[in-house]
Write a protein that binds this ligand. Structure first.
Ligand code: URA
Length: 266
């Protein structure tokens, strides 16, 4: 059944729009598909199951599909940057060095999600979505991050085991990590904590200081095609996957841009 009648495409009083229109714009599916989702009771508005005919104000209402928040607020942007070494992860550097926000569009103003050290390279999210930023950076949500670390020397099994089980740092022991040797002096390390210089300090602690560090995955987000210094907008699928990643009851698959294929959202 379609209920999209005379006023379906027009914002009502107070900026309220038909729910299916807002959902379709957020990339959930066609308006018809979104109407079916509403009909099936899978959509909530501010925690209350929606019904056909409901309207929302995208700037203030919280809309969930199957319990997962949908980014409907106007003006939200999500960038994925492959940070180059030597670029500072702050909004403004007091020493006049290049910062990660210099690389992406100035408007709307965005902020980095967490930080990478000056010399660390790799994936960094920037957004003006404060709620998602909070969840992604809060250790209790356990979004894991994968790093590839080239280190001094050749870590043996003992070092790898220590890194996996947790090492003692001055601010406390690290949680168990996923660690593998990808070549004699290169470790792949996946952690979900975000402590200052954590990977470097972990490697120091087992006697193999980092020579080069690259972040290669943030939760479900990977991209092996962005060159250092390049950025792109996240696709709608990626934003939804991140939303699922911070709602642990709905785990997200890892998304990777198909090296040979087309990405329909781009
Ligand atoms: N761990 C580090 O040591 N540095 C980073 O930039 C990120 C994680």
């Amino acid at each position: 059944m379609s209920i999209d009648g005379d006023t379906g495409g027009v914002a009502g009083p107070g900026g309220r729009e038909r729910l299916q229109k807002v959902l379709a714009r957020a990339g959930i599916g066609s308006r018809r598909v979104c109407e079916d989702l509403i009909d099936e009771g899978r959509i909530t508005i501010n925690g209350v199951v929606a019904t056909l005919g409901d309207r929302v104000d995208p700037a203030v209402d919280a809309v969930d599909v199957d319990g997962v928040r949908v980014g409907i607020a106007p003006g939200l942007v999500y960038y994925l940057l492959n940070k180059a070494a030597g670029v500072v992860t702050t909004a403004a550097d007091t020493h006049g060095r290049p910062t990660v926000v210099d690389v992406v569009p100035a408007e709307p103003r965005v902020f980095p999600v967490g930080r990478l050290d000056l010399e660390t390279e790799g994936l960094l999210l920037l957004t003006n979505d404060g709620e998602l930023t909070h969840r992604l950076t809060h250790p209790s949500f356990g979004v894991d991050k994968e790093y590839v670390a080239q280190v001094e020397g050749r870590p043996g099994r003992g070092a790898v085991r220590q890194l996996r089980e947790g090492v003692e740092l001055e601010d406390g022991p690290t949680s168990p990590a996923k660690v593998s040797l990808v070549s004699p002096d290169v470790l792949k390390i996946t952690i979900h904590e975000g402590r200052n210089r954590q990977v470097r300090r972990m490697c120091d602690a087992v006697g193999h200081p980092v020579v080069r560090l690259v972040r290669t995955r943030i939760g479900p987000i990977r991209d092996t095609h962005l060159s250092p210094g390049e950025w792109r907008e996240l696709t709608q699928d990626e934003v939804r996957a991140l939303e699922r990643a911070v709602h642990p009851e709905h785990p997200a698959p890892v998304l990777e841009v198909d090296p040979d294929g087309e990405d329909p959202d781009r």
